[in-house]
Design a protein around this ligand. Sequence first.
Ligand code: GDP
Ligand code: MG
Length: 273
Amino acid sequence: MSDTLDAPTGSRTRSAHGVGHAVVEEFVPRALVIVPTYNERENLPTLIMAILGQGEAFHVLVVDDASPDGTGDIADQIAAAEPRVTVLHRNRKEGLGPAYIAGLLLGLSGGFDYMVMMDADLSHDAADLPRLLAATHDHGADIALGSRWAKGGGTEGWPLLRRVLSRAGSQYARVILGLSLRDVTGGFRCLRRSALMALDVTSIRSSGYAFLIELNYRAALQGLTIVEVPIVFTERVMGTSKMSGRIVLEAVLRVPVIRATTRRALARAAVVR
Ligand SMILES: Nc1nc2c(ncn2[C@@H]2O[C@H](COP(=O)(O)OP(=O)(O)O)[C@@H](O)[C@H]2O)c(=O)[nH]1
Ligand SMILES: [Mg+2]
């Protein structure tokens, strides 16, 4: 860690509305945008600046798995100059799931009100952050899920085959797990602090896309309100995807395991709502 994450929970500012009458307390939330990175040196600086530009509410935590291309050093340089940016360095590449678990736990211990999960490769648009935060903070959802398959959402730069495979993957997980979400494998979401605690992420064993699917299943079992916010996902231009046949296979094989084991894992963690 290049810095500590001891942000106070939100901040209350007093502001007068009207002419010399009621003084209203306004709650300004703090959201930690967690960005897992593995070899994202070309993308990370642009992404961080775009996130910080969305407003004072947004802080960034980069979770780097010792990227050989020096992404971690670049993140440290930005963090040294920018108080709203922090870096968690991990020793080796362990996959998306473990990186997110470490980041989400840091967000909880740092007192953040909202945690956002976001890819580093500019596929997720930082300009969508205020809408995701508003869906939770202003409109009461427990989780706002950036959705490619909700009305108004979509993908840019994906050939037909990739679109078909992604939708088929979502459909497969939806049917086996009984989920009503349209985009089950999306990686862009904002979670309310209390919702994140109910998910007990430390007991999640899935790693790649399966990790994202399991988060949705846990949320459904816990009766959390998930709102799908339409987003356009743009295929990365720089760097390379870490998606592999192995990660896809893990997701396919793990979905039935998720169905068989998750209820018990939540009960054991005693966070069943
Ligand atoms: N820390 C960490 N980040 C990872 C790992 N695998 C993927 N990522 C990051 O997770 C995000 C999504 O991965 P990406 O390769 O773009 O997957 P795709 O969008 O499905 O092709 C990117 O920010 C990656 O750098 C990993 O093992 N560790
Ligand atoms: Mg990507």
